[in-house]
Design a binder for this molecule. Structure first.
Ligand code: PEP
Length: 252
């Protein structure tokens, strides 16, 4: 089971192998292992193998790496895609599924997210499933319906969900990369709803599933969000790209 809080950096399409290596060298020097939390990086897939090799060579087991996306098939004629098996072989220990940019820029559906969660389970890796409403859905009072649908449909195909290892991230689409953040109270309310949905699916095990918040998190609001009820960690985009800023957040 992952230690909480879980501090996860989503680098999106930033930091190729050279820049990622420089970041990691500095991070490993300055961020000392802590037994009270989990730190995860989701670098671009091409940076993954060199980063995991660097961390292994440094004997650091406190940092986990993941991929930002996978295809659900094991292999095949899917130009540009990466399978869960390949991600695992390159050192991924976790798979991000259904990030808002995948859903809203690339048109990924709940059904595709479900196949990706299933593929992660097939190779024995945990997945981090992102859910979140758009501004128009929020204004129409549809937030609860949207996030519960994304959660239910996303995990629908995972066998033995009750014993599967997975995490959820609540990331309101309107807060990602915009400088707008859900208040801790508003975020807590959605996290409580998601926990209760999980409870209906997997009973008391729901308490063990980390639910992360994401959306314009930075060093100025990380600690307050982490202190809020039911927020078990943070998924951070823009503010994870600078090593000093990211260390401040990872130590919040
Ligand atoms: C993200 O990419 O998941 C994210 C939350 O981005 P940002 O922190 O930049 O809003």
């Amino acid at each position: 089971m992952l230690k909480r809080p879980v501090l996860a950096a989503n680098w999106k399409m930033h930091l190729g192998p050279v820049a990622a290596g420089e970041f990691m060298r500095s991070f490993l020097e300055r961020y000392k292992p802590r037994p009270d939390r989990t730190v995860i990086f989701f670098p671009p897939a091409v940076s993954l193998a060199s980063m995991t090799a660097m961390v292994r060579a440094a004997g650091r087991t406190d940092v986990l790496f993941g991929v930002q996306n996978i295809h659900w098939a094991e292999k095949g004629a899917f130009t540009g895609e990466t399978s869960a098996e390949m991600a695992k072989e390159a050192g991924a220990g976790i798979i991000l599924v259904g990030h808002s940019e995948r859903r809203h820029v690339f048109g990924e559906t709940d059904a595709q997210c479900a196949k990706k969660c299933l593929a992660a389970a097939r190779v024995g890796l945990p997945f981090l499933l992102c859910v979140g409403e758009k501004m128009a859905q929020r204004e129409a009072g549809e937030t609860a319906a949207v996030v519960t649908r994304q959660l239910r449909e996303g995990v629908a195909q995972v066998p033995n969900l009750i014993s599967a290892e997975f995490l959820i991230a609540y990331e309101p689409v309107w807060a990602i990369g915009t400088g707008l953040t859900a208040t801790p109270v508003d975020a807590s309310a959605i996290h409580t709803l998601l926990r209760s949905e999980l409870g209906a699916m997997i009973g008391t095990r729901a308490a063990e599933i980390p639910i992360l918040y994401g959306g314009s998190v930075g060093p100025g609001n990380a600690a307050t969000l982490l202190a809020a009820n039911e927020i078990d960690g943070l998924l951070v985009g823009g503010s994870s790209l600078d090593v000093t800023t990211w260390i401040k957040i990872a130590e919040s």
